[in-house]
Design a binder for this molecule. Structure first.
Ligand SMILES: [Zn+2]
Length: 429
């Protein structure tokens, strides 16, 4: 089902015309009401929206970064008086102050609309029971899915994250058909279901909508097998809107359709800032086209992906972004080699007999970095043999030697939200 057939199947040239018109509105808003961004725009030779004649001119416009939000914390980049902001969300702020974002009433309308589209992309239909285990609160996940599911006309169970025993009980008793949570928490739930002897026949689950952390196709296979569902990838970030920026369609499941009438997507070379051609991996950059409270111009996400403009079996004409391979700031440099945790995940799960729980520990006991990969075996296999196979596969794939420690089931710390994949102790010596 397409939630908004007219918008989601626009011919690309008509989409581009709509995007340019909306980009002008965003520029007008920033020039008039967001002093720090207006100053940059004028420095770049844009003193009126019409100075941007086509979308090709986008590359002349300045980037916005997370540091800009921190510098103007909390409301300095808002384009409306604080009294018109009806909702605040904020990122966790693991490195310094949280990033505060805001929404007008109309922004919440748009967010509900793109989240209803997101659910429809996954094959969700009105009347289905949505078990929403994303965290409610300052994090955008819980309320984002909540609004979209209500907009669609689903029965929402706003259970939020954590209290896994209660989740298992409610999932079975209320007949949840759609599971919304982080992929790492879905695994945690699957394991608890298995331990409590709640088989797939006692559940009504059909679809999982997973996001808020990078994950792999190997993880998808594990989730689908354990929960008996179709697992779909949902992408978003609070600075742009929250979840709902893009999502996979159930028809192809190859790349996430971007809601391009609301969010303009670019992929750039993270070093030079120059645009990458379709299919070439680089950093994702988004410009909001309809946001009122906190419009964003060329926001650098730090996420690595590429764009595919090929037509899709689902009929949507929107660009698709490849699964996020990692974040630029999640990239570890180990003995001079670039390494993304998602690459370790992919290799570990391809070895077989490894459960999809893992953690990377980086230390520098002497002059050299040492990387230890903690993981778990799925069943009673020869642990020494498994360790050796994993170490060989990881070295072959990454060029790095690392130590693999296979722990007993439950040995790797579990997540109730976003998984902690990396413990970097190098700075703590
Ligand atoms: Zn599609």
């Amino acid at each position: 089902m397409l939630w908004n057939r007219q918008r989601e199947t626009l011919p690309r040239e008509r989409l581009a015309a709509l995007q340019l018109e909306r980009l002008h509105a965003t520029l007008a808003r920033q020039l008039a009401s967001v002093a720090p961004i207006a100053e940059r725009l004028r420095a770049a030779g844009v003193s009126s929206p019409e100075d941007v004649a086509s979308l090709d001119d986008l590359t002349r416009l300045p980037f916005t970064r997370k540091t800009d939000l921190r510098e103007h914390y909390p409301f300095g980049l808002f384009a409306v008086p604080r009294e018109q902001v009806v909702r605040i969300h904020a990122s966790s702020g693991t490195r310094g102050k949280p990033t505060v974002v805001g929404y007008t009433r109309n922004d919440l309308e748009v967010w509900s609309e793109v989240m209803a589209r997101t659910l429809a992309l996954a094959g969700v239909e009105p009347g289905m029971v949505v078990h929403n285990a994303y965290g409610y609160g300052l994090f955008t996940g819980g309320l984002g899915f909540h609004m979209g599911a209500e907009r669609m006309g689903c029965t929402v169970v706003p259970i939020s994250g954590g209290m896994t025993e209660r989740q298992v009980l409610m999932l079975e008793d209320l007949g949840g058909q759609v599971l919304c949570c982080t992929p790492s928490y879905a695994l945690n739930l699957a394991q608890t279901l298995a331990e409590r002897g709640v088989g797939r026949d006692r559940l009504k689950l059909r679809v999982g909508m997973f996001g808020a952390e990078p994950w792999t196709d190997a993880m998808r296979d594990a989730l689908e097998r354990q929960l008996g569902i179709q697992a779909l990838n949902v992408y978003g970030l609070s600075e742009i809107v929250g979840p709902g920026v893009s999502a996979e369609c159930v028809e192809e499941r190859r790349g996430a359709h971007v809601q391009e009438d609301h969010f303009l997507v670019e992929v750039i070379d993270p070093q030079s800032g120059q645009p990458c051609a379709p299919g070439v991996e680089g950093e994702l950059v988004f410009t909001t086209l309809t946001k009122e409270a906190l419009p964003m111009l060329r926001y650098r996400t730090g996420d690595l992906s590429s764009i595919d403009l090929a037509p899709c079996a689902c009929g949507r004409t929107t660009a698709r972004m490849a699964r996020i391979r990692g974040r630029i700031d999640d990239m570890l440099i180990i003995r001079g080699v670039n390494l993304y945790p998602s690459e370790v995940e992919r290799v570990l799960l391809s070895v077989g007999d490894v459960a999809p729980h893992y953690q990377l520990v980086v230390e520098r006991p002497g002059a050299m970095d040492e990387l230890t990969v903690l993981c778990e075996s799925v069943s009673s296999v020869d642990l020494e043999d498994l360790q050796q196979r994993a170490e060989l596969a990881l070295q072959a794939a990454t060029g790095l030697s690392m130590l693999v420690k296979v722990l007993a089931p439950g040995g790797v710390p579990r997540s109730e939200g976003k998984a902690v994949r990396v413990i970097d102790r190098r700075g703590l010596v």
